[in-house]
Design a protein around this ligand. Structure first.
Ligand SMILES: O=C(O)CCC(=O)C(=O)O
Ligand SMILES: [Fe+2]
Length: 360
């Protein structure tokens, strides 16, 4: 049997945490150690219920990966950007327009942000089944570790959270787990994401926005916390609050698909990425995520009575997870958005009959 020797990986040194005094979001924490007992599950269900109604974001701690294993994943996450050649980046481009898939590279300057200025974000997305597509040669020796990381996210973070989400909306505990199979056909990704600083002139034009306010496409987004402060959530009183870095914690939010499945009870909260505070400017920002989607063939219609006033989903919008993610991926950063005359900074589009809002 051929064995691949694992080469040395350059250590990715992130910027130190900011010392700026920012308006931080006050997000609840789910301690996964509590998920091991029935009493703990009851307590966590209450926390999750409030978290998803009020903030739509929460922290997860005690997931089981050590700080060293976490740091190793950030080192590996940087390989597609600093280790691959420009030719690799062309060869392994994601077929975003053709098949509505992010598998592979999304190059910089692919999405329109504002006033003719485009994004400075490179992403590399790998299906949880890492064999679904070929990868740049430099990344191949690390595929077993990436695959183990996907499995870890799936079974040790996603599934426990899905059980809590199901309990929070009074569904049987495994209702959401059953539509997030590890071996099912679907587009859950491990994604590396690198933000590069832009010119001051462009910062002015986009009013310091690096990634417009949006909701995520899938069911659950798991973000591995990193020190460069830039992520903000739209708080219940309609102001942006910064998400503080918590070492080795995860930042979790629901996306559109979970909002639809839960009849609007588990809200897909708007969030954005903006220029970091002055002490972190000029630095790159590397992120690593597990973007979960339900299995491709799942109809993302309410599994509980629809909460009319909060859900964007209506009975006419019946579609599968695959249809929704493909339509959203094709449209993102390319469609002409319509300014909402009543709400400043809000632009809208309708995708498959569903209102999608973008914030600046
Ligand atoms: O970079 C971040 O912190 C968030 C990115 C994000 O919201 C996304 O890719 O959907
Ligand atoms: Fe997002």
């Amino acid at each position: 049997m051929e064995t691949l020797e694992v080469p040395h990986v350059r250590h990715y040194e992130a910027a130190p945490p900011t010392t700026a005094d920012l308006e931080w979001a006050d997000l609840p924490t789910v301690d996964l150690l509590l998920a091991r007992t029935p009493e703990g599950m009851d307590e966590l269900t209450k926390i999750v219920k409030t978290a998803m109604r009020v903030h739509g974001f929460l922290y997860v701690i005690n997931h089981g990966l050590t700080p060293e294993q976490n740091a190793r994943m950030f080192d590996i996450a940087d390989i597609p950007f600093s280790g691959a050649t420009d030719a690799d980046k062309q060869t392994y481009l994601a077929p975003m327009k053709e098949s509505g898939s992010y598998q592979g590279y999304k190059p910089r300057q692919y999405w329109h942000i504002d006033s003719g200025v485009k994004d400075e974000i490179e992403t590399y997305s790998i299906n949880r089944d890492v064999t679904k597509r070929e990868h740049p040669e430099v990344l191949r020796p690390f595929l077993p570790e990436i695959s183990a990381f996907a499995k870890f996210n799936h079974f040790h973070v996603l599934h426990p959270l899905l059980r809590l989400f199901a309990r929070a909306v009074d569904l049987p505990e495994d209702a959401f787990v059953n539509i997030h199979g590890y071996d099912a056909v679907g587009e859950t990704y491990v994604r590396s994401m690198k933000y590069y600083p832009r010119s001051e002139e462009d910062e002015k034009k986009v009013q310091q926005v690096w990634l417009k306010g949006h909701t995520d496409i899938g069911t659950v987004t798991i973000l591995w916390s990193q020190p460069v402060s830039a992520l903000q959530v739209l708080s219940p009183n309609n102001t942006w609050r910064w998400v503080k870095h918590v070492p080795n914690a995860l930042v979790v939010n629901a996306g559109d698909a979970l909002e639809f499945l839960s009849g609007g009870r588990l809200r897909a909260t708007i969030h954005r990425v903006r220029q970091p505070p002055p002490d972190q400017r000029g630095r790159e920002r590397l992120g690593i995520f597990y973007f979960a989607m339900a299995d491709d063939d799942v109809v993302i219609a309410p599994m509980v009575p629809n909460e009319e006033k909060s859900s964007r989903f209506t009975a006419e919008n019946v579609m599968t997870m695959a249809e929704w993610r493909q339509a959203r991926t094709r449209a993102y950063g390319h469609t002409k958005l319509v300014r909402n005359e009543r709400e400043k900074g809000v632009e809208e589009e309708v995708i498959n009959g569903v209102l999608v809002r973008h914030y600046n």
